[in-house]
Design a protein around this ligand. Structure first.
Ligand code: ADP
Length: 624
């Protein structure tokens, strides 16, 4: 697996890192080179400046001893044989003092051939050179030998360092003494002093004689040989001090004119530091001028360059990352669009396939519907048969009921007829007629009962009319009258007067007979035997809710779910076929009504029929 960070492969990061380090290294090196070059240029200028200032500062004193040597009074003083005339000595001393003041030098002396200072500008000062012997000083020896001398040293009397210029005083060709001028270098040192740079002048011994770092003064940059040490001691050049070496080292060249050197850090004692070092010959002061330039500026430039490169890299890197992310986002968007298009295409294909499948299914369904319709028709036909069969079953019950119901009036009629004959025989025609009238009424009642049987036996027709609910219930009640009385059932009918429902009269009769019959069966074994037949007022659409509730056992839950299915019965064999409610359902549906069953809150069953509005039907057809 390829490892990616922010979407960029590892090799990409590695390449970027390599590029960064390469560029950073080059920039740092370039900054260093440039800065050191600039520093070297500055150094060269500084050296020029210092050399020029040495020349101008010291050069103007160079000829001074020769001028003093030519002074008449000086020559006269040296030529005079002792004892020296005090006036002349005074004249020379005064002259030397005046010259010294004018020139700004440290001291101007006149020395005799033995090396004794016989006149000095500071003749009247507490520390006067007069009487001092300087015959061991090289400048004295050089002046006598070669006419002039130059020497850097520390004054043996004053302890002040300075540059000595000397010139022979001659009488004709022969030297009769030496005139010297001592110059201070303090002004130069303070003029050269800058914080980022050290400047020093070394003499021919390699000893630092002028230094902007005071601590380095009279320390040697070269190792001093024993012979040199002896010479130094003899000339008391450094006022008897032992010359110590200044620890330093050369680290490497920078071009032909500069080099790196390690020197003690003058700003932080006890530490070493690397400096860019340059030198220039300085014949006026001894040997050469050396400057040490602080490279901290170059280091800063390196840091700046590094910061620039890093900053630039960060900006470029961030831009690249942004560009990559953007490209990726665009690519992903395009991909998503492609995917969406593909999905759409796929969807279309699927929709087409589904539509085709749906059409096929639809076709199949149409066929199935046609098949169902045929089956339903067949079923309806057979159900009509079953309804008829159910009716016959009820007829059976009715026949039993009727037999019982007719038996009683028949016995009564027979008795009444027998009595009527007896009344006739006794010639009591009034009583006989009264008996015959009662017979007639009884026969009327029997005719009523048999009329019901006729109604029931008719084949169903499906004409729906507005049927008086009270009439139908009354007829049905008549059928069960004997049983109701025998079993002491309390049948309560609460149907508002004139309530009509939409139904076929004989079928509704059958429905009500079925429901009352079942209710009577249900309460038969109960202590309390009550049946309530109820019908509310028609609602705003003319629909009537009919209920018949009983105080029976209620419908068992397992029966309730299949109540309206054919051949569902809990009654003993021979008593129930399980067809009653199945036929009832068919009939009720035929009226456009709905039947439902439930167990009432007090335990008995409750059947409800929601009749369709009867208002649409011609009112004249009310059954009665
Ligand atoms: P059958 O009366 O021949 O059993 P039905 O279809 O009329 O057939 O009734 C089916 C069954 O429904 C009955 O056997 C009885 O268990 C139950 N049933 C019907 N009416 C009631 C009722 N009012 N109370 C309790 N159970 C009833």
């Amino acid at each position: 697996m390829r490892v990616r960070i922010s979407g960029i492969p590892l090799w990409g990061w590695a390449a970027a890192a390599a590029l960064y380090f390469g560029i950073a290294a080059a920039a740092v090196e370039f900054a260093w080179d440039r800065s050191i070059d600039v520093l070297a240029e500055v150094g060269a200028h500084r050296l020029d400046l210092y050399a020029a200032s040495l020349r101008s500062e010291l050069g103007r004193y160079e000829t001074m001893p020769a001028i003093v040597a030519r002074q008449e009074s000086v020559r006269a003083l040296l030529a005079a044989s002792p004892p020296v005339p005090p006036d002349l000595l005074q004249t020379v001393n005064t002259y030397l003092d005046a010259v010294n003041r004018e020139a700004g030098s440290l001291a101007v002396d006149v020395i005799d051939l033995h090396g004794s200072v016989i006149a000095a500008s500071n003749w009247d000062q507490p520390v006067s050179f007069v009487g001092t012997n300087v015959s061991y000083r090289p400048y004295f020896k050089d002046a006598l030998a070669h006419g002039s001398g130059r020497f850097f040293g520390i004054g043996t009397n004053t302890g002040m360092p300075g540059l000595y210029f000397a010139s022979a005083v001659r009488d004709g060709a022969a030297p009769i003494g030496v005139a010297t001028v001592k110059v201070s270098v303090d002004a130069l040192e303070s003029a050269w002093r800058t914080p980022a740079e050290a400047a020093m002048v070394v003499d021919s011994n390699g000893v630092i004689v002028i230094s902007t770092v005071p601590a380095w003064k009279f320390m040697a940059l070269r190792s001093i040989t024993a012979e040199q040490q002896r010479g130094i001691q003899a000339s008391r050049q450094y006022a008897g001090r032992t010359v110590e070496a200044l620890p330093h080292g050369r680290l490497g060249d920078w071009g032909a004119k500069a080099w790196f050197a390690r020197f003690p850090d003058w700003t932080r004692p006890g530490r070493d530091r690397r400096y860019l070092s340059m030198s220039r010959p300085a014949p006026q002061a001894g040997d050469s001028i050396i400057i040490l330039l602080d490279v901290a500026g170059a280091r800063r430039q390196q840091l700046v360059a590094l910061a620039f490169v890093t900053g630039g890299f960060l900006i470029v890197g961030l831009y690249c990352l942004y560009a990559i992310q953007r490209r990726r986002a665009i690519a992903e968007k395009l991909k998503a669009q492609d995917a969406l298009r593909n999905a759409n295409d796929q969807l279309e294909i699927t929709v087409r396939q589904r539509t085709a499948a749906l059409l096929q299914a639809n076709e199949r369904m149409q066929q199935e519907i046609a098949e169902r319709a045929r089956t339903e028709q067949r079923l309806r036909d057979s159900q009509q048969e079953v309804v008829h069969a159910g009716k016959l079953a009820v007829l059976g019950q009715m026949a039993a009921g009727l037999t019982h119901e007719l038996n009683q009036p028949l016995v009564a009629i027979k008795t009444l007829c027998d009595n009527a004959r007896t009344f006739f025989e006794r010639n009591q025609p009034g009583s006989a007629v009264a008996n015959l009238e009662r017979v007639s009424r009884l026969v009327d009642g029997m005719a009523n009962l048999t009329g019901e049987l006729k109604t029931f036996a008719r084949r169903p027709d499906i004409e729906r009319v507005a049927v008086s609910l009270n009439d139908v219930v009354a007829h049905a009640r008549l059928i069960f009258e004997a049983r109701i009385r025998a079993e002491a059932v309390q049948l309560d009918v609460r149907i508002p007067e004139g309530t009509t429902v939409c139904a076929e009269p004989s079928q509704l009769q059958q429905v009500i007979v079925n429901l009352i019959g079942n209710a009577l069966d249900a309460v038969a074994d109960q202590e309390k035997r009550a049946i309530v037949i109820d019908a509310g007022e028609a609602d705003q659409h003319g629909r009537v809710l009919f209920t018949i509730a009983d105080s029976g056992t209620g419908i068992a839950p397992e029966v309730l779910a299949h109540l309206f299915e054919p051949f569902v019965t809990t009654k003993p064999r021979g008593q129930g076929l399980g067809l009653g409610l199945a036929i009832t359902l068919r009939l009720v549906e035929g009226f456009g009504a709905r039947i439902s069953a439930a167990n009432g809150p007090d335990g008995g069953a409750q059947f409800s029929i929601q009749f369709a509005a009867a208002t649409t039907i011609v009112q004249g057809a009310v059954h009665g």
